[in-house]
Design a protein around this ligand. Structure first.
Ligand code: GTP
Ligand code: MG
Length: 135
């Protein structure tokens, strides 16, 4: 079994999609291990998205992700990282397949509702950042 960090980003919280996202995670058979509603500091946001620090959209990304409360959760199950990325759909919601979270609810790449860790390395790093008590 594997763990991944999932975020319902501020746009998802604002639009009332927290229950929808949790429901899809649960119906898939994945398990919630930890969950918290919080507003990120700039420091945490910059650390979370450190791989994108040199991208032209980094400033916008940090503004967006710190712009309101988000829901952070740790999700567990067999191949949970890939399983959740598959539920989320492609980064650009317009090309994300219908039936995925982004494909069903998104239109803009900068407001794509959810985040899921993209590798075991990222999952370990991100879970430690958001839930240090889980180790
Ligand atoms: P995350 O799960 O959020 O990490 O998305 P991802 O892994 O599907 O995409 P990636 O890590 O490559 O990019 C991180 C986030 O940056 C994306 O989810 C987008 O919200 C945002 N992003 C990526 N490309 C662009 C862009 O060209 N413009 C803007 N404004 N945001 C972008
Ligand atoms: Mg990513």
């Amino acid at each position: 079994s594997e763990r991944t960090l999932v975020l319902v980003k501020p746009d998802g919280v604002r639009r009332g999609l927290v229950g929808e996202v949790i429901s899809r995670i649960e119906r898939k058979g994945l398990t919630l291990v930890a969950m918290e509603l919080r507003t990120l500091t700039r420091e945490t946001a910059e650390s979370h998205y450190e791989e994108h620090a040199s991208k032209p959209f980094f400033g916008e990304l940090v503004e967006f992700i710190t712009g309101g409360p988000l829901v952070a959760m740790v999700v567990e199950g067999p191949r949970a990282i890939e399983a959740f990325r598959s539920l989320a759909g492609s980064t650009d919601p317009v090309s994300a397949a219908p039936g995925t979270i982004r494909g069903d609810f998104g239109l803009q790449i900068g407001e794509n509702i959810v985040h899921g860790s993209d590798s075991t390395y990222s999952a370990d790093r991100e879970i430690k950042l958001f839930f240090p008590e889980l180790g």
